[in-house]
Design a protein around this ligand. Sequence first.
Ligand code: FCB
Length: 444
Amino acid sequence: MPQASFHFPRGFLWGTATAAHQVEGNNTNNQWWAWEQQEGRILQGHKSGLACDWWGGRWKEDFDRAAEGGQNAHRLSVEWSRIQPEPGRWDEDALERYRVMLRGLRERGMTAMVTLHHFTDPLWLADLGGWETEAVVPLFEKFVRKTVEALKEYVTLWCTINEPNIYALSGYAALDFPPGKSDLNLAARVMANMLRGHAAAYRAIHELQPEARAGYALHYRPMVAARPWFPLDVLERNVHYSAINMAFPTALTTGVMRTPIGSARVPEAKGTQDYFGLNYYSQDTVIFDLRKPGELFGRRFYPKDADLSDSGFNANTPEGLFASLKWAERYHPSLPIIVTENGIECADDHIRPRYITQHVHQMWRAVNFNWSVKGYFHWSLVDNFEWERGWTQRFGLWELDPETQARRKRRSADLYAEICMENGLTSEMVTKYCPEIYDKMFPG
Ligand code: FCB
């Protein structure tokens, strides 16, 4: 008998999450591929290239890995530029390939969650101004209708848009995403149009499939003031918190998007989610900094003693997952919550086992307050193309050599398999995979 075990409710979804451009390979017809060809855009000049070669058929072996690892669900995204390569042309073969993939999940006993927009836009849409103008809304709705009609036999769980806040802020403020335009007003406009697109998609999905459950995935960053007694740190914490996190949550609950970088009335967005999708990675500390006018006079960082990922991009701050779930439960009291992404980059896998263990433990605490957490998707199944950071960051349970396409299992894959099969976490797993945190998890 293990000394302790933390079990989850029956039917809990355990899976991994992926996105089309990061795993399929040869997605040549979207704005990210074009961005990768420009010098200086991607770390070390990396390119997505073949990615994990899922379009070439390697999804089969990776789905086998997931299923053998006890996963009962998988979140993937479809690529708009494949399904609609030109404004007036639908590619039925591409839709058929997605049907085959989704059937592949079903055959392996896995529930599919499908994201309709995960950072990439067809080139033709980018040429029309992407999400900067309202013209995108009916175009997105058309794409959603076509896709849902074709795939609904295999999918009831839909995610309209992944991390609209990151798409807008990275593309129009941080400038590490296309189109790399420095313009906060435009960022707010893009978010408002994404809200309109989401609302239109939500209604279209329900019209076509009444039993569907639709929502979006928010990149949510809990934040603490560096010096809680210093009003300017608290102010900056609130400004950053609201600018980064709150555009979608305010609009979906009130019909008005309110953020420090811009507001908009979007009445049609009110109430358009059947679950709350949470992407959680790390918690930030915020400090007032006069030298950062472009960042609204605040700086976000991880404390000196933080348990950091290889590049320092993520910190292992599991208490932040608990805080996020608590916020989600209070902000959307009637909605189920799905952790749609959570993970850490680490090539040699020294930090990931304790990251997974501690986050699953915090999620279990939330479940035990009867907060309605229904599933967890780890980012990610296999190392994949990590946007502006190219192949420098490795988020996979499985290691990938993008040159040879060889996969190698990390220890975290075994740990995660034990969690999925047990539908919970045990003290034996902690002893086996991350003994360094045993005393912290089981004091005394
Ligand atoms: C999230 C993205 C996902 C991946 C992870 C590491 O912000 O949704 O595509 O890049 O970060």
